[in-house]
Design a protein around this ligand. Structure first.
Ligand SMILES: Nc1nc2c(ncn2[C@@H]2O[C@H](COP(=O)(O)OP(=O)(O)OP(=O)(O)O)[C@@H](O)[C@H]2O)c(=O)[nH]1
Ligand SMILES: [Mg+2]
Ligand SMILES: [Zn+2]
Length: 352
């Protein structure tokens, strides 16, 4: 069934109602109405279609319906909800009435649906890569651009460090060089192994006092890391295919966990390709943190940073101020933006 679209007037009314409900956040004093209890604050653990599981104020999970006027709801959203006093047989214990304004929103451009929200209110993103599926600085760069765009701190995590010793020296060196490149730019880099529980103290330190999310390709071991940090949780993990060397998309919905060691961690479904067509090429260049100081210095204002004369970026790669791999990856992103962008969607993710 297709979703019914609201017209502008209806949308305005829905938003006004939401704002009204948010004003009631002084919740304990609100009168109960009908079979619903007092409104209360909660956080979305995960969302499934028209239902979501939220954590109540004591951190207990409650399955809730989502009121129709709630426009968008994702893992990590802070909500106003009401318990249903008389529980029906369907396990549903409440209704989500409204969503608080978000401090941040991680989205991913989807070929069919435009910009799809992944998680709200995160302040740290662990970009997880591994040795199998193969390490890719291309994919790391794409996530770094997404992090810079929404101004959330990235941490680069190489998982499956236990497999490094089995690689040919050349392959191992190229991974180490890429990680050193990211460190030189100023990004934090952690080497861990969920299998051998290596580097978990570092990870635990980074998680303290933050709302973090693990992102990255399917099969890099995001859920495995969650399971090491939270042995009682038992998140699903799936094998990497012997044929393709790719993961099998085991995690299907983003899920929020409260860590006893401190901090909050969201596990997210892996994706094969992180497209960036919702950004302008100029924004992508700005999101390359190491380009920023150089961007005004090209001879021509519309420099494409290819073989244009007087390109400050290219000169910087020649004199060692900029790593050539970053400029190479940048051009790969720009090339792919045209081919990956659905024809009906403009940059900034809006359908035309
Ligand atoms: N050798 C080794 N294997 C690991 C490590 N961490 C995870 N794996 C294996 O990698 C495979 C994929 O792990 P998952 O945790 O399901 O990966 P994921 O990133 O959550 O994948 P999606 O949910 O599909 O996005 C499983 O077979 C894990 O056992 C590690 O540190 N070393
Ligand atoms: Mg997973
Ligand atoms: Zn240039």
């Amino acid at each position: 069934m297709s979703k019914r679209k609201l017209n502008k007037g209806q949308l305005r009314r829905v938003r006004a109602n939401q704002a009204k409900r948010l004003k009631q956040v002084d919740l304990e004093q609100t009168e109960p109405s009908g079979p619903l209890g007092n409104t209360a604050a909660g956080v979305v653990i995960s969302r499934f279609g028209q239902q979501a599981i939220i954590a109540d104020s004591s951190n207990n999970p409650v399955r809730c319906h989502i009121r129709r006027g709630v426009e968008s709801l994702v893992c990590g959203d802070e909500v106003v909800w009401r318990p249903i006093d008389e529980q029906a047989n369907d396990d549903v214990g409440g209704i989500i009435e409204a969503v608080q304004p978000r401090r941040s929103l991680l989205s991913r451009p989807d070929y069919y649906d435009g910009l799809k929200p992944v998680a709200a209110n995160v302040d740290q993103i662990f970009i997880v890569s591994s040795v199998l599926p193969a390490f890719s600085s291309q994919i790391i760069d794409r996530y770094l651009v997404a992090c810079e765009d929404i101004e959330v701190t990235p941490v680069i995590v190489l998982n499956k460090a236990d497999l490094l010793q089995h690689l040919a020296a050349e392959e191992r060196d190229s991974i180490e060089q890429a990680l050193a490149m990211y460190q030189a730019i100023g990004y934090q880099v952690l080497r861990v192994s969920a299998k051998q529980t290596l580097g978990m103290d570092d990870l635990t330190n980074f998680l303290q006092d933050h709302v973090s999310i693990v992102v990255g390709q399917s099969g890099v071991g995001k859920s495995s890391l969650v399971n090491v940090l939270l042995p009682d949780v038992d998140a699903d993990i799936g094998a990497v295919s012997d044929n393709s060397g790719l993961g099998q998309h085991t995690t299907t919905v983003a899920t929020r966990y409260v860590l006893p060691q401190g901090g909050i961690l969201i596990d997210s479904p892996g994706i094969r390709e992180f497209a960036l067509w919702h950004l302008d090429p100029e924004r992508v260049a700005w999101c390359y943190r190491d380009f920023r100081g150089l961007l005004g210095g090209c001879k021509f204002r519309d420099c494409k940073h290819l073989d244009d004369p007087g390109c400050a970026l290219r000169e910087a790669t020649e004199n060692g101020a900029l790593h050539p791999l970053r400029l190479y990856n940048f051009h790969k992103i720009i090339e792919s933006m045209v081919s990956q962008r659905p024809s009906r969607v403009s940059s900034r993710g809006k359908k035309e």
